[in-house]
Ligand binder design. Structure first.
Ligand code: GDP
Length: 196
């Protein structure tokens, strides 16, 4: 089953722009270029639903999609762009913290990790925020089709180590490839299982 009828609802730049918390919500976070837009498109079976937001320093929006009337799927802007101006980063950090701590219907965050690299310090930064906000999160490894198996295994091991350091983390990692479709149904099932 696809996450059918996923529709872009709105981009939010401040807490007062959030839609009413009237349905189950999940959010997706990850470093820029981790493959988040591609995975959201694969999940929803649509092309170009999530716009690639890879421009450094552009307005940071929290993008809301409605999914089958039962869920909000929330696309958080990619992090890790050193080029973004400090003021932009700080504004974004404040909004992110406010969102994560103040969203009663947020069931789970999915933290996307590039399968070639494993969890990096900046990923652990977001994991630390999720711990503090007490938002349960699950790691989703992307691009599982890429690179050598040995490098992927090492990266997976680093990701496991990182998860062990974070109390809000689920131990189970979802391995995905938007290229082959591996793991996409498992992620979809995890999302749809989080009903209100
Ligand atoms: P975002 O910045 O996190 O939204 O990343 P994108 O979705 O724009 O993807 C970044 C790059 O990685 C693009 O060139 C994608 O084609 C590529 N990519 C994304 N997912 C996969 C995947 O599962 N396998 C492979 N091989 N490439 C991928």
């Amino acid at each position: 089953v696809l996450l059918s009828k996923a529709e872009f609802l709105k981009g939010v730049v401040a807490m007062d722009g959030l839609p009413p918390p009237d349905r189950a919500e999940v959010c997706m976070a990850g470093r820029s270029n981790v493959g988040k837009s591609t995975l959201i498109n694969a999940l929803t079976g649509r092309r170009a639903l999530a716009r690639a937001s890879n421009t450094p320093g552009r307005t940071q929006e929290i993008n809301f999609f409605t999914v089958a009337a039962s869920h909000y799927l929330v696309d958080l802007p990619g992090y890790g762009f050193a080029e973004a101006p400090v003021a932009v980063k700080e504004k974004w950090q404040r909004l992110l913290k406010a969102y994560l701590t103040g969203r009663p219907n947020l069931k789970r965050a999915f933290v996307l990790i590039d399968g070639r690299h494993g969890a990096k310090p900046v990923d652990e930064g977001i994991m630390g925020l999720l711990d503090k906000a007490a938002v349960p999160f699950q790691a989703v490894v992307t691009k599982a089709d890429k690179g050598k198996a040995r490098d992927r295994d090492a990266a997976l091991e680093r990701t496991r180590d990182a998860l062990n350091r974070h109390p809000a983390a689920f131990p189970e990692i979802i391995l995905t490839s938007s290229e082959t479709g591996e793991g996409v149904p498992a992620l979809r099932a995890a999302i749809m299982g989080l009903a209100d």
